[in-house]
Design a protein. Sequence first.
Length: 175
Amino acid sequence: MTRINLTVDGAKVADDVEPRMLLVQYLREKLGKTGTVVGCDTSNCGACTVHLDGTSVKSCNVLAVQADGSEVTTIEGLAATYDGGDLHPMQEAFRECHGLQCGYCTPGMIMQSVAFLKENPKPTEEEIRVGIEGNLCRCTGYHNIVRAVQLASGQGDHQSAGASTVGVPAEEATS
Ligand code: FES
Ligand code: FES
């Protein structure tokens, strides 16, 4: 066992963990942070994305011991990093734009999108698609997810996203 000390969603935690334990396992199984989900366990889908010292990481690709001394933010603590209300503006934008269906990809998609906008506050649509390409969604066709990120960046509006395009593949929705 290895002793780790870190901050998770604003709370300091200290634990003894197996050196092989993944960060996502630690968050879910030891801390009960089940808002962070596992889609593939092989660093492909991005469903497990969290922020590690402000940078987005796939938490199935990080050992818990590697987070020692760091600050981790999950989807459950995201709103608290922004003091405007119950939801972070990115969560609000996903809600406004219907940027989800089953919701399984949503925690990781939102965490990635927040980190992406920190690096590129006014991205083009193409840049958004590249910025979230490590996060897979099997339901939405991405169209409304992209609109949500545009809205959160202060570009576009939820009307142009439109509920009617939910689930329509991007090429159809934009044609
Ligand atoms: Fe981590 Fe899929 S569960 S990338
Ligand atoms: Fe179902 Fe994205 S909303 S996987």
